[in-house]
Design a protein around this ligand. Structure first.
Ligand SMILES: NC(=O)c1ccc[n+]([C@@H]2O[C@H](COP(=O)([O-])OP(=O)(O)OC[C@H]3O[C@@H](n4cnc5c(N)ncnc54)[C@H](O)[C@@H]3O)[C@@H](O)[C@H]2O)c1
Length: 335
């Protein structure tokens, strides 16, 4: 099968592309390389195999080239988006355009050509929902005010979900699936836009302070990218179109504990400092105290959920960063 993956060089995309390639598919990547790069694929594939993958280096707003790419393929995974707190607050109007209009371009073209489409939403669509485990049938509301920048990312993803659901209402045969990822990580994840795992590991390996936002009591769950990809592939294999799925790990950890574990595993002399994120993010930051997915719908649908323990994810990141420890890291002082 010829399959298009937009954003195919990013954290999730590189893992998905490699799996599709190894399953024997003809894979086409559409990525402007704003964040992702070819090196990310090297974690999963040797160079001679990477050379067999077609890469279109274009922007998702370039409708003409998106149309050409889609017309060649029989399935589309749409992952290209602007994400990461720093990215979101530094280019908010572009983020809204890329995430919302970009998805509209891809979805309209898939509908016009009758091509099945998997769309990545986000756990951020649950906003300030205080339920311990959030499930797909819960109401979506950001809960904050629209003058706070971080919500704009959540709003862009709610708009995407609304748009593809409206297309499905108008097109009874449309095959679209919405997936809500919860903190999906892989060692190649970019530190540049503020994600906590790469940010802490880079700081630890350069013996700089690990900056914990606020008091560090906020709790997070993490999802190993290969587990995430297993789940998405199983959903597509079972043709579970016209539905929405949470995909995420459920082992929760506080950010203070995470920082402590990273300092321990990397044998770093770094220490933890608590900082006010509002200073870094121009007052546009929102802290979500906790976010754990209810994955019972996923389990019932495909029989599996992400299960790689945090201990293993920490070990894999450590191995990755240890190998690169001799290379100079970027200055982390602005994070
Ligand atoms: N990783 C997570 O925890 C997480 C959580 C919630 C939602 N998501 C969603 O999953 C998808 C993939 O996330 P990821 O973690 O792999 O992100 P990522 O930033 O690692 O990858 C996104 C990729 O899209 C590309 N891209 C960005 N803007 C583009 C544009 N205008 N045109 C073409 N390509 C562009 C980037 O270069 C990058 O390779 C995104 O839609 C994201 O919103 C991810």
């Amino acid at each position: 099968m010829k399959i298009l993956v937009t954003g195919g060089l990013g954290t999730i995309g590189s893992c998905l592309v490699a799996r599709l390639f190894l399953l024997g598919h003809d894979v086409v990547i559409f990525d402007n390389m704003e964040i992702g790069n070819l090196n990310n694929l090297k974690l999963y594939l040797p160079e001679d195999e990477i050379k067999q993958i077609k890469i279109i280096k274009r922007d998702i707003l370039d409708k003409e080239h998106v149309a050409l790419a889609i017309s060649e393929c029989s399935l589309v995974y749409h992952l290209a988006a602007t994400l990461g707190t720093l990215n979101v607050v530094s280019q908010p109007s572009r983020m809204l355009t890329v995430n919302s209009y970009g998805t509209q371009i891809v979805a309209d073209l898939c509908i016009a050509k009758d091509i099945p489409l998997v769309v990545m939403s986000s756990s951020m669509v649950y906003g300030k929902n205080e339920k311990y485990r959030v499930s797909e049938s819960d109401d979506l509301f950001v809960g904050g005010n629209v003058d706070v920048g971080l919500w704009w990312y959540a709003i862009s993803k709610i708009a995407d979900e609304a748009y593809v659901n409206s297309l499905m209402l108008e097109n009874v045969n449309a095959k679209i699936m919405v997936v809500r990822p919860f903190n999906v990580i892989a060692p190649v994840q970019s530190h540049v836009v503020g994600f906590v795992f790469p940010r802490f590991f880079r700081s630890a390996y350069s013996n700089q302070p690990l900056k914990v936002y606020g008091d560090g009591s906020q709790r997070r769950t993490f999802t190993w990218a290969p587990d995430f990809v297993d789940c998405v592939l199983a959903l597509v294999e079972k043709q579970l179109w016209r539905d929405t799925f949470n995909i995420g790990g459920t082992e929760s950890i506080s950010i203070n504990e995470l920082a402590t574990k990273i300092i321990e595993i990397s044998k770093s002399s770094s220490h933890i400092v608590h900082t006010d994120p509002q200073e870094i993010f121009k007052g546009q930051f929102v802290e979500i105290p906790q976010r754990v997915p209810d994955v019972s719908h996923l389990k019932k649908s495909i029989g599996i959920v992400p299960e790689t323990p945090l201990r293993v994810m920490l070990g894999e990141f450590n191995k990755f960063y240890k190998q690169g420890a001799s290379k100079p890291f970027n200055d982390m002082s602005s994070f």
